[in-house]
Design a protein around this ligand. Structure first.
Ligand code: AMO
Length: 434
């Protein structure tokens, strides 16, 4: 019997095609060639796997010298059980044809278990770096995070939306906003889908979005990108921000279960451990400051504080996640609802995971007059936000939501030292290409 890939096309390979004794035709990239004397190992890199093949001149009459790293081929052979090979099988080659050969050798060790080059080289040769299976795994995991997010959202009645990234006003405040000319008008790249996702709550009750977010971060940190992927949701008819935190807890459990079920290949390649989620502890900002041993007058947690708070809760409760609630209102955006008990704090939270903030969320103001008053208190001119204020003028249910940074989640799931490794083509202050 001849098995041609898994969907009748040799460029679409899945592990189901590996059956002892089966004939197989498969298109792939030559990942590595290891001459062993009488035979050679030829590792074939498909879109997700690296499959072992063996070449012997007895079985295969095609010119062995053409099988070089980086060459794209279609091979035919017979599958044989081989316990020492990846996935327990190898392909005994009987034919191959070269589809395309590179003009130059790779500038990086693509077939090494880990690339082992500097971040500069990694980013300079990004198109090559991400061919390394360990580097590549991050993006399959990112796919799983997005798909797990989407599935959970749809199962819970959220509608998927896509909102403009070219905008007339900034939604998060602060200086980290990209400005540009939109024909004759000043415009900004969206710092989040905040205004539009709130707007859509009045239409669909519950919405989510997976789209790019732009931040003009001037500092070159291992946790900031200038373009990242935001996983956002917003929901109506909530009683408090705790409804949002409960929804996020359920979402994370579901996403982790989805990864465990569908991404064992990448978890094995990267050696990553998925977190176990039961209850996620929650503390107030002031309590978190105390745990971190920081100055009580601080108005935000710095990266060291986040690590200390996470360490504390991991030891005390076993949880790798912790919610921090009730941040100082002055440090949160103007749309955050002030706490009734203490208007100096906002009904707003962060979620930390393995020492890093991965989410901000909270309850929003829904009353028109309250929103206008808060803008004025924060020295903002309501006239600059006229179209956003329309949503309150014409009525909004009580609502809230959150934003999760995809690359930060992947970075922490895989214990990557730099967020750039969780972005296919990272945009930072020094990189606008590739
Ligand atoms: P915030 O500004 O905290 O909140 O962003 C939400 C989440 O996005 C991620 N993030 C980043 N990731 C990479 N590079 C950056 N420069 C960067 N900045 C932020 C983080 C962060 O937790 N509108 C609110 C969310 C909401 O309340 O719904 C917002 O954007 O993981």
């Amino acid at each position: 019997m001849k098995t041609i890939g898994s969907a009748g096309y040799p460029g679409f390979f899945t592990l189901d095609a590996l059956k002892d004794g089966a004939a197989i035709t498969l298109s792939a990239c030559v990942h590595k060639v290891k001459p062993m004397g009488a035979f050679a190992f030829v590792l074939l890199r498909t879109g997700r796997y690296v499959v072992q093949a063996t070449y012997t001149p007895e079985n295969c009459k095609d010119d062995f010298s053409l099988l070089k790293e980086g060459v794209y081929v279609t091979v035919s052979g017979v599958v044989r059980a081989e316990a020492r090979a990846n996935y327990g099988y190898e392909i005994v080659l009987d034919r191959f044809t070269v589809l395309s050969a590179p003009a130059e050798e790779y500038p990086l060790h693509v077939s090494a278990r880990k690339l082992g080059c500097s971040m500069d080289a990694n980013l300079k040769y990004r198109s090559v770096a991400i061919r390394n299976p360990h580097e590549r795994a991050a993006f399959k995991i990112a796919e799983g995070v997005c798909e797990g997010f989407r599935r959970f959202m749809m199962q819970n009645g959220f509608t998927e939306i896509h909102t403009p990234k070219l905008t007339a006003t900034g939604d998060e405040g602060g200086a980290n906003i990209f400005k540009f000319k939109y024909f004759d008008q000043n415009a900004f790249l969206a710092q989040s889908p905040q205004f539009y996702k709130q707007t859509c709550v009045a239409v669909f009750d519950r919405v989510f979005e997976i789209d790019p977010v732009y931040r003009a971060e001037k500092h070159n940190s291992t946790r900031h990108l200038n373009e990242y992927t935001g996983l956002d949701f917003e929901m109506g008819y909530i009683d408090s921000m705790y409804d949002i935190m409960a929804m996020e807890t359920a979402l994370l459990k579901s996403m982790v279960a989805f990864l465990a079920e569908n991404y064992q290949n990448e978890l094995k390649i990267t050696g990553a451990t998925l977190p176990t989620i039961t209850e996620i502890p929650a503390v107030t900002f002031l309590e978190a400051l105390e745990i971190a041993g920081g100055n009580k007058n601080k108005r935000d947690l710095d990266p060291n504080d986040e690590v200390k708070v996470c360490d504390y809760f991991r030891e005390k409760t076993g949880s790798e996640f912790v919610f921090i609630t009730h941040f100082p209102a002055a440090k949160r955006p103007f749309y955050a609802m002030d706490s009734k008990d203490d208007p100096h704090t906002a009904e707003s939270f962060d979620l930390l995971f393995r020492g890093l903030e991965i989410t901000t969320g909270g309850q929003r103001i829904h009353d028109y007059y309250e929103q206008v008053a808060k803008m004025k208190r924060m020295n903002l001119n309501p006239d600059d936000f006229a179209s956003y204020l329309d949503i309150f003028k014409y009525g909004m249910p009580p609502h809230g939501g959150l934003g999760l940074g995809l690359e930060r989640v992947v970075m922490k799931l895989l214990d990557l030292p730099n967020i750039r490794q969780a972005s296919l083509f990272p945009r930072d202050i020094n990189h606008l290409e590739p």
